[in-house]
Design a protein around this ligand. Structure first.
Ligand SMILES: CC(C)(COP(=O)(O)OP(=O)(O)OC[C@H]1O[C@@H](n2cnc3c(N)ncnc32)[C@H](O)[C@@H]1OP(=O)(O)O)[C@@H](O)C(=O)NCCC(=O)NCCS
Length: 189
């Protein structure tokens, strides 16, 4: 009794930054910086109104962001990372964040959302790999994990080609730090 968090969903704010980095490290480990999706996000700002946080009494329990991309010739969103604090997984936090994000993306007029993730999880929200067969990520991707959902029916049916990041560039101080530089790199003289 009493373990279920009172999940509060809200927009992400700058004060979440450090707790969010800790959460992502716990959920994904350092390999998170090497994902192909990261190339579409690095140095850019998330889409307006589409960086969401889940908290319980001031503690960050979950995070999701969506990013502007072009998918072939069509404007779309890339979703990710979605992460939930390991201590709060399986309680509905991820699903709540997904539903809020997809509802809001639809209300804002976005036509489609793309992601790379576990089909066994994302299928329940309507994502399907069948919608990305003619799309390409800018790097290696497991096709079974490369999925999309149309918020406007037919939005992706006639598009083909590369996914490109199109979001506004972040000011340098707001850019998520890249993985630690290899020690053998010469330091700037
Ligand atoms: C995946 C993740 C975001 C789900 O959030 P969550 O709050 O734990 O999930 P929810 O409580 O909303 O949903 C739980 C359900 O999802 C299922 N689920 C969780 N992770 C899953 C996965 N990777 N594959 C398939 N199903 C999964 C659970 O079995 C459970 O199923 P049930 O509803 O049939 O009982 C979270 O577990 C997480 O951060 N994991 C580590 C990072 C990660 O893998 N992120 C997703 C990128 S692919």
């Amino acid at each position: 009794m009493g373990c279920m968090p009172m999940i509060h969903l809200r927009d992400e704010v700058a004060a979440d930054w450090s707790a969010r980095e800790t959460l992502l490290d716990a959920a994904f480990g350092a390999e998170r910086f090497l994902k192909t999706s990261e190339a579409l996000r690095a140095g850019r700002l998330p889409a307006e109104g589409l960086a969401l946080a889940a908290e319980d009494e001031g503690r960050l329990l979950g995070s999701v962001r969506l990013w502007h991309v072009r998918a072939g010739g069509v404007a779309a969103l890339l979703l990710g990372p979605l992460a939930v604090d390991p201590a709060a997984q399986g309680l509905g936090v991820g699903s709540a964040l997904m539903r809020r994000a997809l509802n809001r993306a639809g209300a804002l007029g976005h036509a489609a959302v793309i992601l790379v993730g576990d089909p066994a999880y994302y299928g329940r929200f309507g994502f399907s790999a069948g919608l990305t067969t003619r799309l390409l990520m800018p790097g290696p991707v497991d096709r079974a994990r490369f999925q999309a959902i149309e918020l406007v029916p037919g939005a992706l049916t006639s598009t083909a080609g590369l996914i490109v990041g199109t979001g506004a560039l972040a000011a340098p101080s707001l850019v998520t730090p890249l993985a630690p530089a290899p020690a053998f790199l010469p330091s700037a003289a």
